[in-house]
Design a protein around this ligand. Structure first.
Ligand SMILES: [Zn+2]
Length: 238
């Protein structure tokens, strides 16, 4: 059997049928994710990971989010390429927005301010200041019936004001601020049904998973390999 190309994997992710109560997540590696609900698609922190033929598969992409300007999260050149193909809007931490100013159309660029909620093509995004070497914004997304949190590679910040069905959290290296313990504390605040790991060594991912299993039995942990997809069935809120 022939192995599918990465571009084909992304193409399939974009076209696979999705129910209203489903959320599909594609992991690029590091902190890079594509999140898809029945009507919306968001790309988060893709850095320079997407090749040209993969970018061509990003049909229907409406929004790109950047948590901060570190090279494993953000690439100016690749963002320009993504915008050329998709015409998506970019919501970015202000230092990232500054680097994109003049490089992408001004009407496609929004600067994320702490605790503000942005309504973009049917998606509501709340920006939350994180803690890192340099400024970082974390995002809480509401897309169709789904809520998703993305923690960049932040250390722990108090998130008890927020809740989300899915939380994507950084569990450790190469981030100097992320750790299994910090990721666990974020998840304990947010109380998601599903927690997905990013960053971190295999050992740190297992440590995080064990801690969640022990103390937060209502949360299921997914440890995703790069270039794999996962569909989450969302529970109706009672
Ligand atoms: Zn970083």
């Amino acid at each position: 059997m022939f192995r599918k190309s990465k571009a084909e994997e992304i193409g399939e992710f974009f076209t696979a049928p999705l129910q209203m109560n489903e959320l599909s997540v594609f992991y690029l590696g590091v902190s890079g994710f594509i999140v898809r609900s029945s009507d919306q698609v968001v790309l988060i922190d893709p850095a320079g990971m997407l090749k040209d033929d993969e970018i061509n598969e990003l049909k229907g992409l409406g929004l790109v989010l950047f948590t901060h300007d570190h090279i494993d999260h953000f690439s100016s050149g690749k963002t320009q390429d993504v915008l050329k193909v998709t015409g998506a809007l970019v919501l970015a931490e202000p230092k990232v927005a500054e680097k994109l100013t003049g490089k992408i159309p001004a009407d496609k660029l929004l600067r994320a301010e702490h605790s503000k909620t942005y309504s973009i093509g049917g998606i509501a995004v709340t920006a939350i200041r994180g803690i890192h070497r340099g400024p970082i914004m974390l995002y809480l997304l509401k897309m169709d019936d789904a809520t998703v949190f993305h923690g960049g590679d932040s250390g722990y910040v108090n998130l008890t004001d927020y809740s989300s069905q899915v939380a994507i959290v950084p569990v450790g290296r190469m981030s100097p601020t992320a750790s299994p313990e910090n990721a666990y504390k974020m998840v304990a605040d947010i109380k998601p049904a599903v927690a997905i790991t990013m960053h971190g060594s295999e050992k740190q991912k297992r440590q995080f998973e064990a801690k969640v299993k022990e103390s937060l039995p209502q949360t299921t942990v997914y440890i995703m390999a790069p270039y794999t997809a996962k569909t989450v069935i969302l529970q109706k809120k009672s």
